[in-house]
Design a protein around this ligand. Structure first.
Ligand code: CS2
Length: 489
């Protein structure tokens, strides 16, 4: 038997937290792009809390590519389980998903939801690559899906294309615009989304640009909860706990944080009432999280993988690696950060390291290693640029980059699939490497979509990167990693 509305009442008696509001009375007020695991453990969970006091905010989920989530959730009437993994793990059934649409199957159904007067929030978790941005942070007009959407605005493929089309229709129908909320790990995510939409509209629908510029809000956000991908072990665990099968449960740590910029317009869920921070200073929170947590994650992903570790917690059990990451956070990253009100950076760093060491979370390094070409420019390069300008050390900060180069070479040597939009180019680059440090580093620095010309030509940066690359070149075990890290920083 699978999870269904009829099984919910019995679950409460098994100690499972279930929605106690009337789901039939829930209306759709939010359209969300990217119903992946992170969104379902994070935003959809906050919304589930809101629905206990305000039924207007059910979610219409939109998948831009795959049918997987739709095919799993529709037979369960949108219900799914979150496993909250901690010393005391718990299970919760979420009822906030009212509908799941697959955009390529029916772009018009998606647009209809986006232009409904009751829809005041359109949000997204589509990963860094989903915004189709170029290295300068603007819209990448050479991206095939962007080119498609400019030609076929009525049937978009991209999030930006859907926003532009829906805003056009709302404008023509005299409706207020919705709030467009990016919930992805991009620096200044709201500003980048706004710029991409304006550039798209200016090139395809210039008469709408002034209205979008003046009327539409794109709040920045910071989102945080460690969310390992769903696996069979989780499915089995949920089945045991619930007594029914959930076709696509999700899992996360106990910790969850959401910070939204204080510029939302029109009717909204009472986010603050369910623990969301609404503030004018999102940038401080976002920089701290992206650079300290996500920067350290990428460092662990590439160095830990080279040493043969599989999970974040196992990599953190390596004393040399854990010490290295802690020093990089405290000495190289923290010094360039301005703490937002209410956030003690030292305590934040210790809390992040404790979260990484949580043994109940099986977070694969290989999952974090995805999309290095998209993630490292937000997580590591800004700190390197600022430290170079301020005369602060960059020695340790070059380790995640050099480790990424070695990781890509290892993947190619072992014929493993590289999960990255630049996979083909990275594979060619790796094949052209032969172990000469200056040559190999030069090859990777030629990645124009990742490294600016200015940074690639910076002799201090190049020297530090070559040093890290040389020291990591024979790492294939924890002992070799410990030796390599000992000489850096
Ligand atoms: C991780 C993030 O996969 C990754 O790149 O660094 O998903 C990280 O777990 C989240 O941002 C935590 O909030």
């Amino acid at each position: 038997m699978t999870l269904a509305p009829a099984s919910v009442a019995a679950l409460a008696s098994r100690g499972v937290k279930v929605p106690t509001y009337d789901r039939a009375a829930v209306g759709i007020g939010i359209v969300h792009f990217g119903p992946g695991a992170f969104h379902r453990v994070h935003q959809a969970c906050y919304v589930d809390d809101v629905l206990h006091s305000d039924p207007r905010w059910g979610i219409c989920e939109v998948s831009l590519h795959s049918t997987g989530v739709r095919d799993a959730l529709v037979p369960q009437a949108g219900l799914y389980t979150i496993a909250i993994l901690d010393e005391q793990s718990s299970f919760r059934v979420i009822g906030s998903v009212k509908e799941v649409l697959v955009a390529p199957e029916s772009p018009s159904a998606v647009l209809e939801r986006m232009v409904a007067p009751t829809t005041t929030v359109v949000s997204a978790t589509i990963t860094e690559k989903g915004y189709c941005l170029n290295k300068e942070g603007g819209l990448d007009f050479s991206h095939p899906d962007v080119a498609h959407d400019l030609k076929h605005p009525e049937a978009p493929k991209t999030f930006v294309g859907f926003l532009a089309r829906a805003l056009r229709i709302r404008h023509d129908r005299g409706l207020e615009p919705f709030n467009a909320i990016s919930c992805d790990n991009l620096a200044d995510n709201g500003h980048r989304l706004r710029r991409a939409v304006l550039e798209f509209v200016r090139s395809s629908d210039p008469s709408l640009a002034a209205w979008v510029e003046k009327e539409v809000t794109f709040p920045c956000t910071m989102v945080d909860s460690i969310t390992p991908a769903t696996d069979d072990a989780l499915r089995a665990r949920v089945k045991e706990a619930l007594g029914v099968e959930d076709l696509w449960p999700v899992q996360r740590e106990f910790f969850s944080q959401w910070v939204i910029e204080n510029k939302l317009r029109g009717p909204q869920p009472d986010w603050a009432s369910v623990g969301v921070t609404i503030t004018d200073d999102v940038a401080g929170f976002e920089r701290a999280k992206l650079r300290l947590l996500n920067g350290a994650h990428s460092t662990l992903a590439y160095t830990g993988s080279l040493a043969g570790y599989e999970t974040v917690s196992s990599a953190m059990s390596d004393r040399a690696l854990a010490t290295f990451v802690r020093q990089m956070m405290l000495e190289d990253i923290r010094s360039g950060l301005a703490a937002p009100q209410g956030l003690d950076l030292d305590r934040y760093i210790e809390a992040v390291l404790r979260r990484f060491s949580n043994p109940t979370i099986r977070h694969l390094l290989s999952q974090i290693a995805w999309d290095g070409s998209q993630k490292l420019p937000f997580r590591i390069l800004p700190t390197i640029a600022e430290n170079l300008a301020a005369g602060r050390s960059i020695a340790r900060l070059c380790v995640p980059l050099a480790a990424w180069f070695h990781f890509i070479r290892w993947m190619v040597r072992h014929d493993r699939q590289i999960m990255d939009p630049l996979a083909a180019q990275l594979t060619e680059l790796a094949k052209s490497c032969h172990g000469d440090v200056a040559h190999d580093v030069g090859v990777f620095l030629g990645l124009e979509k990742v490294f600016s010309g200015e940074l690639a030509r910076n002799t201090k940066f190049r020297a530090a990167l070559e040093n890290a690359y040389a020291r990591l070149s024979s790492v294939d075990s924890p002992a070799r990693l410990s030796e390599a890290l000992a000489g850096i920083g």
